[in-house]
Design a protein around this ligand. Structure first.
Ligand code: SF4
Length: 275
């Protein structure tokens, strides 16, 4: 969607899918839904269909077009592993990530079981690529901790947790095989409160297990004022990033067209090549 992002833990967002459905308490105040619904019915707007699920194949090749290495949050406005998205399309997204390997990708889902199953099967060609980080949301114990267990089964090089919005104390965490943890409170109208002890409990366990810890924000109605300091310091931990040479634009665009055509078949002639 955007070559630049204001999200603290990424550089850019890429949305080859738009729209989603809610699956757990962390979705209650979904910022993507609020944003998308604002434009429902606006002719020609990317979110003319509000938050309804929609594939955007003309966006598939976008990272191949970007010639400066970036950290890219994949589907900030959706969830790549929701049931309504065909495996063929998810595979095309993964192929772009494998080809455009000068970027680092953060793929975050609440549909952890489907992600784990695909990474063991159809997406195994992308699973262990060190520049693709696979993550799950962990907002509470009931829904979040089973996702953590699913993620630990994934044959990935980098696995991460987005503990956001943190809704309760998570207790003792099994951080085996986890390489990064982000924590944050909810922000905006009606934001649910975040207790400091819930945050420090996660931070202390990350420190004990040598897992990089990133504290995104306290959140609340005035998130800027609340800031992101914890015990007088800012926590900006990240996993180690790999670095690969950028492919020439002509080659990268050829790959983009090939992946798009492979996915869309004869229909690909009808697609705008790239936006
Ligand atoms: S899974 Fe993510 S994008 Fe989908 S409704 Fe929930 S918070 Fe929003």
């Amino acid at each position: 969607m955007a070559e630049h992002s204001s999200i603290e833990w990424t550089d850019a967002t890429w949305n080859p899918v738009r729209g989603c459905t809610k699956v757990s308490p962390g979705c209650k105040h979904c910022y993507a839904e609020v944003f998308a619904e604002r434009f429902r019915g606006v002719p020609g707007h990317p979110y003319e269909q509000g938050f309804d699920l929609r594939l955007v194949p003309e966006k598939l090749g976008e990272p191949l077009k970007w010639q400066t290495p970036k950290m890219i949050f994949v589907n900030s406005m959706s969830d790549l592993f929701q049931e309504g998205i065909a495996e063929e399309y998810i595979e095309a997204v993964a192929k772009v990530m494998v080809k455009a390997n000068w970027h680092t990708y953060q793929v975050l889902t609440k549909r952890s079981a489907r992600m784990a199953s695909l990474l063991r099967g159809r997406l195994s060609f992308a699973a262990t690529a060190p520049h693709i980080w696979w993550g799950v949301s962990v907002e509470d114990r009931k829904y979040g901790l089973p996702r953590l267990a699913d993620l630990q089964e994934v044959p990935a090089t980098v696995r991460f947790l987005s503990v956001e919005p943190l809704l309760e104390g998570l207790g003792k965490l099994n951080l085996n095989g986890i390489h990064w943890v982000i924590v944050g409170g909810e922000s905006g109208h009606g934001a649910r409160p975040l207790k400091k002890e819930w945050v420090t409990e996660v931070r202390d366990q990350c420190e004990g297990a040598n897992v990089p810890f990133f504290f995104k924000q306290w959140g609340g109605v005035r998130k800027k004022r609340a800031g992101r300091e914890l015990d007088g310091q800012t926590y900006d931990g990240f996993p180690v990033r790999t670095s690969q040479p950028v492919s020439p634009l002509a080659t990268a665009m050829r790959w983009a067209r090939e992946i798009q055509q492979e996915y869309a078949g004869p229909q690909s002639e009808l697609l705008p090549i790239l936006v």
